[in-house]
Design a protein around this ligand. Structure first.
Ligand code: PLP
Length: 238
């Protein structure tokens, strides 16, 4: 594909996703612009991220640390915000703390402590969402709902991280009603755990297949890959 073709494809895809978000906001009584779009670019090359940037996208999600660092190096001149949406591994916390603005899948106190301690002193605290397992989670990652409060309380006092809210990644569901169930549960959990000093304003939920259901239930950030960048090439390792 030429750069022009790639630019046009990604700009069209982004426009369609923004339109889906805007119509879901309207349909479900959400204020216009209340749902942020995170473009999940894992496995796709830096040229696709650059094309999305030219189409106005600024926030990108990556799942594999080494791959992300390579793309960040290529794209370092662009003012992008990087979100780690993969599974946090202990031996990768230093790079995550140094090179990302957000972590969406925090599930372990040990990781929270390491990320906080390893966050560079001159950087703003790393924004984190606690991942909750609500529906036989596709990846089996995430804390059980009953354990979320304990992890949240422990994270409050860790310097270098700032808890923004909750995240979930449900198993695929057949229809809108079934898709909405885990998202409604995440929102209810957030409402129960939110306090004045820790409002948990972010609900990171919804992807290509279920973003409308997530917006209906209060998502503030949807994480969309396929609808923007196309199907992910099979890599074996992923
Ligand atoms: C890959 C991924 C996405 C994007 O999924 P699509 O179905 O391609 O939109 C969202 N969230 C997480 C955590 C992911 O790993």
């Amino acid at each position: 594909m030429t750069t022009d073709d790639l630019d046009r494809t990604i700009a069209d895809n982004l426009a369609r996703v923004r339109e889906r978000i805007a119509s879901a906001e309207a349909r479900y009584g959400r204020p216009p612009g209340s749902v942020a779009l995170l473009a999940v670019s894992k496995v796709h090359g830096a040229e696709r991220i650059a094309a999305a940037h030219r189409a106005g996208q600024r926030q990108f999600g990556e799942s594999y640390v080494q791959e992300a660092l390579e793309k960040q190096a290529v794209l370092k001149a662009l003012p992008l915000s990087w979100h780690f949406v993969g599974r946090v591994q202990t031996n990768k916390t230093k790079d995550i703390a140094a090179r990302f603005d957000w972590v969406h899948g925090l599930c372990e106190l040990k990781h929270a402590r390491r990320l906080g301690a390893q966050r560079p002193a001159d950087a703003a605290p790393l924004k984190v969402c606690i991942q909750v397992n609500l529906s036989g989670e596709a990846s089996k990652a995430g804390v059980e709902p009953e354990a979320a409060e304990t992890l949240l309380d422990a994270c409050r006092n860790i310097d270098g991280i700032a808890v923004q809210g909750l995240m979930t990644l449900p198993a695929p569901a057949e229809n809108l009603a079934a898709q909405r169930r885990p998202f409604a549960a995440l929102r209810a959990l957030r409402d129960r755990l939110a306090t004045r000093d820790l409002p948990l304003a972010t609900l990171s939920m919804g992807m290509t297949a279920d973003l409308e259901a997530a917006i209906a239930e209060g998502a503030t950030m949807v994480r969309v890959g396929t609808a923007i960048f196309g199907p992910r090439p099979a890599t074996g390792a992923h």
